[in-house]
Design a protein around this ligand. Structure first.
Ligand code: SF4
Length: 383
């Protein structure tokens, strides 16, 4: 048997000329190989992890968590996809052929359709004798799998349909931070990797100075961002800085809110923060203001500010094509942005159901390089 290092060397050699993926079966008693292989494989190679057949209930929660770090789609291996009439396109778009020429809809459906040697008449429409489509080669044929978002035409072989990206906009809290609220080591490692080919920006409700303090370890990897829910728009490379401030009358209106906190730059108020329960109804309906609920605290901005407006401004200033922008977030506050851009991801642990439904992908930052590829390096090499 080849060693992990030999295998990884071969992958590195092959990836220079072909698109490929790698994969491994996770043995519940010994996941060390899975973790080691993922760590050693190039970050831009997707590694699928199959659950061990008949042992799918044996994985502990921490094991599932670490297997999802390795493969963002691993949880699908543990789901039970009940067979329903018309739920799959096996037998029409794809077939499984045994060595003797017998053709089946998929490898677990035992109803033979025909034989390629005897040219027997196809038995269509086919019957499915299974209760569940319980492995990738079956459930990948299902029309409700959503796997084509990740793999496109490469779905049967799990080779990602990589999106060409110029700019990446990342929410901060909950998207690139860990349980303690700090930017995670994985985020630091992967943003450092991504920044060579993709412009990386932040898109956060945090004011600029707070976000930059929190993101101190990645400050050299990012190109700017949209801060304070769009109240501050910054692009370091362009030396661009815009404050989208609350107007005088809007400011007078909010000044009555008890215990309000005001954020300002150069005398311009770009954001206010107040307790939700202390905000009077007339403020909630004031069309000059944009209110964003953040777990009992409400961020108050000018109605012209917003994460989406800020991202579009940076795209305009840089000439980024909207189809080459990727956005990633974890909460309701990211929903407008996730809905707008066709390349988007909700974090795997996001509690926001609508965000997960609208996002193109469910991924964490460490998975991004498997599904997107940057255009910056190519542009630089032709300069
Ligand atoms: S087991 Fe195979 S043929 Fe049956 S529904 Fe699932 S994918 Fe389709």
């Amino acid at each position: 048997m080849v060693s992990i290092d030999e295998f990884v060397n071969k992958v590195n050699q092959l990836k220079a000329s072909i698109d490929l993926c790698a994969g491994i079966v996770a043995i519940p008693e010994d996941l060390q190989d899975v973790i080691e292989l993922r760590k050693k494989l190039p970050k831009d190679i997707y590694m699928w992890v199959n659950a061990k057949e008949k042992e799918k209930t044996r994985y502990t929660d921490p094991q599932i968590k670490s297997l999802i770090h390795a493969d963002p789609l691993f949880s699908r291996e543990l789901q039970k996809y009940r067979v329903q009439y018309g739920c799959c396109h096996a037998g029409t778009n794809n077939v499984f052929i045994r060595a003797n020429g017998d053709v089946f809809p998929c490898h677990i459906n035992k109803n033979r359709l025909f034989n390629i040697y005897t040219n027997s008449r196809p038995a269509l429409p086919f019957q499915c004798d299974k209760k569940f489509c319980d492995c990738y080669l079956a459930y990948s044929h299902r029309s409700d799998s959503g796997l084509d978002r990740y793999f496109g035409d490469g779905t049967p072989v799990r080779v990602p349909n990589k999106k060409q990206i110029e700019a990446l906009f990342l929410d901060v809290d909950g998207t690139i931070t860990d349980e303690s609220g700090n930017v995670s080591e994985k985020a630091i490692e992967h943003i450092s990797y991504l920044k060579d080919n993709i412009r990386v920006y932040l898109a956060t409700s945090l004011p600029f100075h707070i976000a930059m303090k929190k993101c101190n370890r990645i400050k050299n990897f990012i190109s700017g961002g949209v801060f304070a829910n769009g109240g501050q728009i910054v692009d370091f490379g362009l030396n661009y800085r815009q404050i989208v401030s609350l107007g005088k009358q809007a400011l007078e209106a909010v000044s009555d809110i008890p215990q309000i906190r005001i954020y300002q730059e150069n005398g311009l108020v770009y954001k206010a923060l107040a307790f939700k329960k202390l905000i009077p109804p007339h403020i909630k309906s004031d069309s000059r203001l944009k209110l964003t609920d953040e777990r009992g605290l409400v961020s108050i901005n000018s109605n012209e500010a917003g994460k989406l407006e800020g991202i579009l401004k940076i795209c305009l200033e840089n000439g980024f094509h909207e189809d080459k922008v990727f956005v990633m977030g974890n909460s309701q506050n990211d929903l407008e942005v996730i809905r707008y851009f066709k390349n988007s991801a909700a974090t795997i642990d996001s509690k926001c159901k609508a965000l997960k439904e609208q996002a193109g992908y469910s991924l964490n930052i460490e998975h991004l390089a498997m599904f997107v590829t940057g255009t910056l390096g190519a542009a630089r090499s032709t300069e």
